[in-house]
Structure formats: structure tokens, C-alpha cells
Design a protein around this ligand. Structure first.
Ligand code: R2B
Ligand code: URA
Length: 313
């Protein structure tokens, strides 16, 4: 695909959209989506399989994605005809990097921790759906985070992503240059999440989310292997982020995720539960069972949004 010669004669709509975002791509070239173990040599098969995707639901860990695939399958099996192994057939298995399942209109995959692996997953899954000719799809991140005041279990719906220096957006390095992009969630999608949280009586907040390149120093933790700042420095920074920039939680992907969605013209949302209140401490002290139940909250909200949209809407 990298060698495709951009032409001004655009053969069809799919090529049009692909080329608006990257003039080097073409549906006429085979593209190897290396980390997903998918290629476009049989474009018709790609269209048949992924053309109806409406939701791409991504989370960091593979376990959460496996769990979500199973729950999505149970929730939708009455409404959609799906292969019986839709929720167990890991499409990306051969690449050994991510897991990915196609469950009716939902494509779910994990993105690992942090910017590097997330960016790869975003590029490849966005291309996959463009090649498939899918339309009107949204990207949603279901995550965990440290709340700046929010107690464990509370869900934070992100308005806007900030970076770890408390600047809005994300500075991507693109061919040797740093370029900052906005990282805003889709307002309509956020409204659907608010409605879902109300429907299910799940505690939620709506605020900005700081995406950090690290769990420790970038998130001002005092319990990393390295630390060159004081307890006061930590609280000065996180209180300022909260008061001045409306940052409600810290995690490792929100601004990258939303800036990618903004650039790729895909409605995006980030829905994370708090698993620690960072005003009280840095360590994750909840039990495995508690964490499992907190992590369910974003999943339940997403399933409700999917249900509201595809089943009732
Ligand atoms: C939340 O949890 C992970 C770190 O523990 C990271 O992926 C994130 O954003
Ligand atoms: N994930 C993070 O990145 N930070 C937290 O504090 C909790 C989960």
C-alpha cells in the first residue's frame, strides 16, 4: 500500500475516504494489517465480514475484551445472527499482539497499555473499517483510571483529553515533527453514555482526562522506583489540573485515543472507571473481586448504549 501512486481519479467512495486521510492508500493495493493478522487480499471478504461494524470497543487488557465479547454476544444473540463462535474466535490470534472479536455490529479488541501499542491498534483497526466500507461507526475506550477525587467504581466520561503537562490535546510526532491535535470526545456519544448511566444507576462524572505516558512519574505517583518530587509537588499539580483544567482522572490513553478519532473523523468516547482515588493514595488496594466489579461499569454502559442504538433505535 505504501507504494500506491495517488491519482486524482478516485474509483469509489471507499477509496475517497481512505485517501482523504492518507493519499498513499488505495483499495486496489493489498494492505497487511500486521499486528491484527488481517490483510486486504480478499477485499470482498473484508467487506462482508466488517462492513456492518458500528462500534469499535477497545480496552487495555485482553481479559476485559474477552469478557466484553462474551457479554456482547449474550446481549445481542436474540437480535443478530452471528456465528456461534463469534465471541471466542480471536481474529488477531496469529499476530500474537492483540485479541480481537467481531460480535454482530461490535468489533472489540485490546490495545495494551500506553501510547505506543494503542496507536498501532488505532491505525490498523481504522484502516480495516475503511477498507470494509463500514459507515457511521464509533470508537469507544473502556478503561480504568485513577480518579482525582472519584472513589473506586465511579465512571468518568471524558469530555476532552489532556496530556501529562496539563495541555489539552496530544502532541504526535509525525515524520520528525511534533504536531499538537485536539482530543475531544463526541458530544452526542457522550450524551448516550450519560443516558445509559442514568438508566443503569451507575455513578458517573463528566470531566477531562489526563492521558499519561506512564503509570508512575507522569501520573505524579510517589511509589515508583524513581521519584524526584515531593508530596507537595504531587498535590500542587493534581489539584491544579483538577481545579484549572477540569481533569477528573488520569490514565494512559485518553488523549491519544480521542485525538486519533478527531483526526480520522470518527466519533470517539472514553469511559473509564476509577480504581483508586489519587487524593487518598497511589497504590491499588482493592481486591481482585472489587476490581472486577468496578471494571464491569464501563462495559455495562457500552452494552446499554449499543442496545439503545441498535436494538431500540
Ligand atoms: C489504565 O490502566 C493501565 C495501567 O494500569 C493503563 O492502560 C491505563 O490507561
Ligand atoms: N490506570 C492508570 O493509568 N492509572 C491509575 O491510577 C489507575 C489505572
Amino acid at each position: 500500500a505504501a507504494q500506491a501512486v495517488p491519482s486524482t481519479e478516485l474509483p469509489n467512495k471507499q477509496d475517497n475516504i481512505l485517501r482523504q486521510l492518507n493519499p498513499h492508500l488505495s483499495v486496489d493495493e493489498v494492505d497487511i494489517l500486521y499486528h491484527l493478522a488481517v490483510d486486504t487480499s480478499d477485499l470482498e471478504a473484508i467487506r462482508r465480514k466488517y462492513g456492518d461494524v458500528k462500534f469499535v470497543c477497545m480496552g487495555g487488557s485482553r481479559g476485559r475484551v474477552e469478557n466484553f465479547a462474551r457479554q456482547a454476544y449474550e446481549a445481542m444473540s436474540g437480535y443478530y445472527s452471528m456465528p456461534p463462535d463469534a465471541h471466542t474466535n480471536d481474529i488477531a490470534r496469529r499476530a500474537g499482539r492483540f485479541v480481537m472479536y467481531k460480535v454482530g455490529p461490535v468489533l472489540t479488541l485490546n490495545h495494551g497499555m500506553g501510547f505506543g501499542s494503542l496507536n498501532i491498534a488505532l491505525h490498523e483497526v481504522a484502516k480495516l473499517l475503511r477498507y470494509a466500507g463500514a459507515t457511521d461507526f464509533s470508537f469507544i475506550r473502556m478503561g480504568t483510571s485513577g480518579g482525582l477525587g472519584a472513589e473506586p467504581g465511579t465512571v468518568i466520561i471524558t469530555k476532552e483529553g489532556y496530556d501529562a503537562t496539563c495541555e489539552p490535546g496530544y502532541e504526535v510526532v509525525s515524520c520528525g515533527k511534533k504536531v499538537r491535535y485536539e482530543a475531544k470526545a463526541d458530544e452526542k456519544l457522550n450524551q448516550e453514555f450519560i443516558q445509559a448511566a442514568e438508566d443503569l444507576s451507575i455513578d458517573y462524572q463528566i470531566g477531562n482526562t489526563m492521558g499519561c505516558d506512564d503509570f508512575y512519574e507522569a501520573q505524579c505517583r510517589l511509589d515508583g522506583a524513581l521519584c524526584d518530587y515531593t508530596l507537595k509537588d504531587k498535590f500542587d499539580f493534581i489539584r491544579r489540573a483538577n481545579k484549572e483544567a477540569g481533569v477528573f482522572n488520569m490514565e494512559m490513553e485518553a488523549n491519544v485515543f480521542l485525538s486519533f478519532c478527531n483526526r480520522a473523523k470518527i466519533p470517539g468516547a472514553v469511559v473509564c472507571c476509577s480504581i483508586v482515588n489519587r487524593l487518598k493514595g497511589d497504590q491499588i488496594t482493592s481486591t481482585k473481586e472489587e476490581l472486577k466489579s468496578f471494571e464491569q461499569h464501563p462495559l455495562q454502559l457500552i452494552l446499554q448504549v449499543v442496545k439503545n442504538r441498535v436494538v431500540d433505535g
